[in-house]
Design a protein around this ligand. Sequence first.
Ligand SMILES: Cc1cc2nc3c(=O)[nH]c(=O)nc-3n(C[C@H](O)[C@H](O)[C@H](O)COP(=O)(O)O)c2cc1C
Length: 346
Amino acid sequence: MNIGTVEVEEGVLLAPMEDVSDLPFRVICRALGADIVYTEFISSEGLVRDAWRSVKKLTMDEAEHPVAIQIFGGNLDVMKEAALIAEASGPDFIDINCGCWVKNVVARSAGAALLKEPDTMVTMAKTLVDTVQLPVTVKTRLGWDKNSIIIVDLAKRLEQEAGIAALAIHCRTRDMGHDGDADWAWVEKVKKAVNIPIILNGDVNTPEDCRRAFDMTGCDAVMIGRAAITNPFLFRQAKTYLRTGQREAPPTVAERIDLCLQHLRHSVNYKGEGLAVREFRKFYSGYMKGLYDAASVRRDIMTYSSFAQVEERLWRYHAYLLERGEDDSMSNTTELTEYEEHAMAV
Ligand SMILES: Cc1cc2nc3c(=O)[nH]c(=O)nc-3n(C[C@H](O)[C@H](O)[C@H](O)COP(=O)(O)O)c2cc1C
């Protein structure tokens, strides 16, 4: 598929995720094979007010392109201004969030609220397409609830009336939040109705899911959210599987620790040591999932405030696992590890 100058084949994309898809995580995921990464959603009002929290989220690294900046908002003029601010910071395209289900976003007529006002969504998309030079894409859901699934008609309108460059579909309704099974069948229907690239999102948790999504629906790319948090290696595993039909060997414990520390080091550089070490807590369980006695290591790490403490503890843990003969056993098998099984179950 092409989005402007970005060209990817059977693309595996990192989803926008608030407090997760920050610059350090995006760099890690790109290095592991994600074809395109998205910023977490950024408030249009925050950008226009020059609020530092919003503006900081525009920071990008050379190494992470292609990258999309995702913005959200309910006010057309503010969205226009925010899109221009986002464009000036140099992403490859701009994405409009039309799927966020949380109450304080919906209450501002933004995110999934636009599913109740498809005319407004189409007008907003067209306005941004006309405002910026870069391609504009939309990420949305199937509809507000199971009785109002509008995605096929909406996709046609976003293509024909607004001129968006691609559409990412989270295959759940707003009512479902993140629960229940994503219904990929709608993507197949949308693909038959439009010519723009369609990105399938929701419940893509394993390399096999990626293959199935492409084969079942004819989608142009898949987008991975929560499974990337528990297993960032998934991008590499998925790309290998899509290319060869074979699962690559799971990462060794040393690789996992090394990646975890690289990720944490990027975070320290990006947001300062105290905050980075504290906010990194959400990632440890993924990096150590299924490893022997990982819970006690995690308990220790939760009390630390410096990178050096975490680094020392993780390598000491590695030495302990080696003594028990645990490490190489992880690299010599293509069986699913408990870690990957968890990623599939998320
Ligand atoms: C912690 C978290 C934060 C999220 N933040 C955003 C966001 O900023 N913008 C967005 O479009 N979707 C956001 N989402 C939704 C994801 O992009 C994705 O649509 C959803 O998780 C379904 O994909 P998955 O089944 O692969 O997780 C978020 C999801 C999670 C779990």
